[in-house]
Design a protein around this ligand. Structure first.
Ligand SMILES: Nc1nc2c(c(=O)[nH]1)N[C@H]1C(S)=C(S)[C@@H](COP(=O)(O)O)O[C@H]1N2
Ligand SMILES: [Mo]
Length: 313
């Protein structure tokens, strides 16, 4: 059904399959609306490698940032620390083909999965989420993806699996940023198992109805909309189920600023700046109040009941 070869999807193949896909996807999604007109408003600016998607009811109705903005203002330190470095340096990157994800740790189905196989039979959804960076800016991005829970179930985690750890690709030759020690490489992130299983937690393979551009984390990256952007690890090559809470790259880098949970929280400031406000790009001023859990409290606050979120920041 959905069959991404990140290299060689042609429009023709996609459109030939479209009719049968729509029928199947509509059935699978329980008749949800097909796609979202706002997602495809940027047609002219995209690269044209389209995916077949259905609308997600989790989507926000706020206006979506432009393709131009979302693909030129990025954090992806593997390609440099400037916001425009990923757009400049990532497009030339040649990811390994086929892309594989190693599955390891506390699970029955250890091994290696080709991304293509992970995507077989998956319904891809347009999930329009607010995206809030710890630096104080936010955007609204129409991700294309599916619940991380679908992959987790396939791995059959054991009762000992309390956390899930993700690792980005290490490619020092092609990723100039990995030749600097701004972070420890490869980039690692992790979630508690219940966070990972939450239906909003997304493995994204696209934006704006198209295949992910390299600078946005191709070919597969994590999206956890109630957490700061740094939890959204890009270009994932490994998933490991573990019993003990893992460290993440940013925690290792500056533990006082970047905790394990990284839930968006206007009351917990970064040691060097306030988190009370944010700028919704492309505006210039911090005019918006930052919302607890990035505004997704109704859906996720119960995960943290009884926890002191100023200690578990
Ligand atoms: N591998 C990797 N993943 C990463 C990063 C990174 O530098 N390397 N930056 C993080 C940060 S700080 C943010 S805000 C988001 C940015 O995602 P975007 O470029 O799609 O907006 O990716 C996150 N994932
Ligand atoms: Mo970030």
């Amino acid at each position: 059904m959905v069959d991404i070869k990140s290299s060689d999807i042609t429009d023709k193949q996609i459109y030939l399959n479209r009719r049968s896909f729509i029928a199947a996807a509509a059935a699978a999604a329980g008749g949800a609306l097909i796609a979202d007109s706002r997602v495809h408003a940027q047609d002219a600016a995209g690269h044209g490698r389209r995916l077949m998607t259905v609308h997600s009811p989790f989507s926000t109705t706020e206006s979506v940032n432009t393709w131009e903005h979302s693909t030129t203002y990025n954090n992806f330190y593997e390609f440099g620390t400037g916001k425009d470095d990923p757009a400049r340096n990532a497009p030339a990157w040649k990811p390994p083909q086929p892309w594989t994800i190693a599955i390891d740790g506390e699970c029955a189905k250890k091994g290696t999965l080709a991304l293509e196989d992970v995507l077989k039979g998956q319904v891809l959804e347009d999930r329009i989420y607010r995206h809030r960076c710890v630096e104080g800016w936010s955007m609204v991005i129409p991700w294309v993806g599916f619940p991380l829970a679908n992959l987790i179930q396939r791995c059959e985690p054991t009762a000992k699996a309390k956390f899930i750890e993700f690792t980005s690709i290490l490619d020092t030759k092609q990723m100039r940023g990995q030749r600097s020690d701004v972070l420890e490489w490869p980039y690692v992130e992790a979630l508690r198992m219940d966070e990972a299983m939450h239906p909003m937690t997304t493995l994204a393979v696209g934006i704006y109805g198209e295949v992910l551009p390299n600078q946005n984390g191709a070919p597969v990256r994590l999206v956890v909309p109630w957490k700061y952007g740094f939890k959204g690890i890009k270009s994932i090559v490994k998933v490991r189920f573990v019993e003990k809470q893992p460290m993440s790259s940013w925690q290792i880098n500056y533990p006082k600023a970047y905790g394990f949970y990284a839930n968006v929280n206007p009351r917990v400031n970064h040691p060097n700046w306030s988190q009370a406000m944010e700028v919704r790009l492309p505006s210039l001023f911090k005019r918006m109040r930052t919302q607890v859990f990035n505004g997704y409290g109704d859906q996720v606050a119960s995960l943290y009941q009884g926890m002191d979120l100023t200690r578990n920041y």
